[in-house]
Design a protein around this ligand. Structure first.
Ligand code: SF4
Length: 508
């Protein structure tokens, strides 16, 4: 009852939610395997919600995993507070590997068998999609009846037809129909699958559809500007998984922003490399004319446009992130980031000169080929940047995380550094920069190691995830040990060049 009331309050605090009578429509749960607070900043959730609810033959409601209440009542939808088994289809949108750990818990709590093989047509179809599943769905593949490989907008027209037609058919027939769709991987009928993408982004606008204050970017309208990337940094999977680089027309972006203006005063532009949007200064001016204040996550170090910086500052932006990624030009070149040290300090100078007051540098440690000397050089580079930042009264911080090898990135076979080495490098940086006026924010190494194992995992990990009694580092270790598996072999080992990879079945 308490949870029902909380869901009602949540719904009444939203704008833009769709409440539709289920009569004659196929009910789809858009499922996010993490909290409402995190999930409502995920544009994949908004895009799926909008796509299904724009059709007369479907009704879509959202289900999140808010640990405490769900542990007693099972996942209930925000809109009509129905449990997962009331839906015909559960569409999981998955963006982070660590969210895999919540998928079996959500299904179990709703009384739905976790493994696809144990479900018949009396249960909803369980379908997954999202960036991490596109790169390598294997560790969670046995939980899903089907996994979408690539962009939802490219697959949904055929998929929606297939899930609608044969609802009273045996599950095997349903799965065979799904397996026949381009870009759909059916784990019980394994066959090579090719990633799907759309050519023209303007046909499918992606932005905040349901507005709530109860999310990380709750005061903003999030708008997707571009997909893919023209660069191919060797640690990053964007260039392969979201190929090719595409961007939306300025007219369609401004049009969308105009429609959302009644909900929010602030807009955040979303995409892997927003600063590469070719008409960025013009777009920023147009958004300001609509009365928006602006937000942009990060910018590439080079080229960095003074015109764009000035527009951002005039649009109210006070903080920015740039990503040197590593401490020396040699190491940066080896990862595909060809910036010199001077390029980085020049970027700091321009950013400070334009009037930005808070700058975050982002870097990794544990990169292939990295030495202690590279970490020392990173600290020196940060201090050189600090001199430049001080001239313009810019507060400087350093966010640093561990390199995690990702399937379908050029570094997919490289090992992740050991937790001991990573912690040692985090410590080294903190010691070198302590008392120098730079705030250092290191990530944690333990969960990074599990993320790496999941990113390069095979279907044996599904059993480990399913058996997790508790989501904790100790729980993971126990479950791995029981299964006779080692995190080391997935995360910290170099995969040899002739070794088949679990994700070879996916063609990018
Ligand atoms: S790190 Fe950024 S610039 Fe490099 S490939 Fe990924 S998205 Fe592109």
């Amino acid at each position: 009852m308490v949870w029902n009331r909380a869901l009602k309050d949540r719904l009444s605090a939203e704008s833009g939610a769709v409440i539709t009578d289920w009569g004659g429509r196929l009910p789809v749960a858009i499922v996010y395997a993490n909290s409402y607070h995190i999930g409502m900043s995920n544009l994949g959730v908004h895009a799926l919600y909008k796509w299904f609810n724009s059709r007369d033959d479907f009704v879509a409601e959202r289900v999140f995993w808010d640990e405490e209440p769900q542990s007693t009542s099972g996942g209930l939808s925000v809109e009509s507070r129905r449990p997962l088994p009331d839906f015909s289809v559960l569409a999981f949108s998955v963006s982070f590997e660590l969210d895999y750990l919540n998928i079996p818990r959500m299904l179990k709590s709703a009384g739905i068998p976790v493994f696809s093989n144990d479900r018949d047509e009396s249960y909803p179809l369980v379908i997954g999609g999202g960036a991490v599943l596109t790169a390598n769905p294997m560790p969670v593949a046995p939980f899903f009846d089907a996994v979408c490989i690539g962009e939802a907008e490219a697959i949904l027209p055929s998929l929606s037809q297939a899930i609608k037609d044969p609802l009273d058919q045996p599950r095997q027939t349903q799965l065979e129909r799904l397996a026949a769709i381009s870009g759909v991987y059916v784990p019980s009928l394994p066959a090579p699958v090719k990633r799907q993408h759309v050519s023209i982004l303007d046909d499918f606008m992606v932005g905040t559809t349901v507005f709530t204050e109860d999310t990380e970017f709750g005061d903003m309208f999030l708008l997707e500007v571009q997909r893919g990337c023209r660069f191919s940094c060797r640690f990053c999977l964007v260039a392969s998984s979201f190929y090719p680089f595409r961007y939306r027309s300025i007219e369609s972006l401004l049009n969308q922003a105009r429609l959302a203006r009644k909900y929010r005063n602030r807009i955040a532009l979303v995409g892997p490399v927003v600063s590469e949007y070719p008409h960025l200064a013009e777009l920023l001016r147009g958004l300001k004319e609509l009365g928006y204040s602006l937000s942009i996550g990060s910018m590439r170090v080079k080229p960095i446009s003074t015109e764009v910086l000035n527009e951002l500052v005039m649009g109210g932006v006070k903080s920015l992130t740039i990503a040197p990624e590593a401490g020396t030009p040699k190491l940066r070149r080896s990862i595909g980031k060809g910036f010199s040290d001077d390029d980085i300090t020049e970027a700091v100078r321009k950013i400070g000169g334009a009037g930005i007051r808070q700058l975050t540098l982002y870097s990794m440690v544990g990169l292939p080929g990295e030495t202690d000397a590279d970490v020392d050089s990173l600290a020196s580079l940060v201090l050189r940047s600090k001199v430049e930042a001080d001239k313009h009264h810019v507060a400087l911080s350093l966010n640093v995380s561990a390199f995690i090898p990702k399937a379908h990135s050029p570094f997919e076979r490289e090992p992740m550094a050991s937790a001991k080495d990573i912690d040692g490098r985090f410590d080294k940086l903190e010691r070198s920069l302590s008392g120098k006026g730079v705030k250092v924010k290191p990530d944690t190494s333990g969960w990074g190691e599990i993320q790496a194992a999941l990113a390069r995992g095979d279907d044996k990990l599904a059993g480990v995830i399913e058996k997790l009694d508790k989501i904790s580092l100790a729980g993971w270790r126990r479950s791995m040990k029981t299964a006779g598996l080692s995190t080391e072999a997935y995360a910290h080992r170099r995969f040899s060049e002739d070794e088949p990879l679990p994700w070879d079945i996916i063609s990018m």
